[in-house]
Design a protein around this ligand. Sequence first.
Ligand code: GLN
Length: 306
Amino acid sequence: MKQNYKLILDRILEEIQPFLEKGEVANYIPALANVDKKQFAMSVHTVDGFSYSVGDYEKPFSIQSISKVFTLTLAMKKFGDEIWKRVKREPSGTAFNSLVQLEYENGIPRNPFINAGAIVITDSIFSNVKDTTNNIVQFVRNLVNNQNIQINFETSKSEQEYGHRNMALASLMKSFNNLNNNINQVLEVYFNQCSIEMNCKNLSKSFLYLANKGVNPLTNEQVITIRQTKRINALMLTCGLYDSVGDFAYRVGLPGKSGVGGGIVAVIPGTLSVAVWSPGLNKSGNSFAGTKALELFTTYGCNSIF
Ligand code: GLN
């Protein structure tokens, strides 16, 4: 059975090649605009310790919105259901950085995975945790059991310089009293968390707790409760891929989270975590080849073709 994952990933690496031409890199963040589109990596880790990776799986990339899962986890640990007073739990049906809905819904973001929702979550952590940026990175390091995970501050600065839309989202929420701290300070932490870099192998490891009832199998630490794990997976399933979430569920069928750096991570609860990376994005900002690779992964896995 475990041997099948090797065969499946090797086959995907071969079949994915024509798809690496497609999609566009996230050029609205200048630091990400120069990344070579043709790169691809995929890595699987089972909860019982098997792992296999293909492609550029040692190459670090910007995790971007995938960081929103880590901050949501931290906020749920600290504040429990309190967070749902400031952010909802419904798919938005709009782009991840859209302003429109936020205005007519009185500054309460649809979910914690669109930018507005993630900024609220970061704001709540900022109110409660000193040295917020370092705390978030340390949390991620512990998940991967690797102290070398770093932030790329050049990416963060680049995003800060061109982050007019995120400024607008934060300002709008401030006007509705849904942002408690200084806008620039909260956004600085938000851009820092998005600029955490990981390779595909570590990214896959970092989601193992969501495949293992909240327990990190690498350290045996109970990161969150079973109930919270179920909730985060449900949110990923319904909101993890923005306005392509329905298409992703149809094609892949797993809870997952994407980022404009080209990474996507998904989990099969009770079994495994699987990460892909390829920087070319579709129109919703999700990795084009990454989505295809995950579609092949669940198709081949279900069909037991090997
Ligand atoms: N840092 C990015 C932004 O705020 C994150 C977006 C994403 O990965 N979808 O625009």
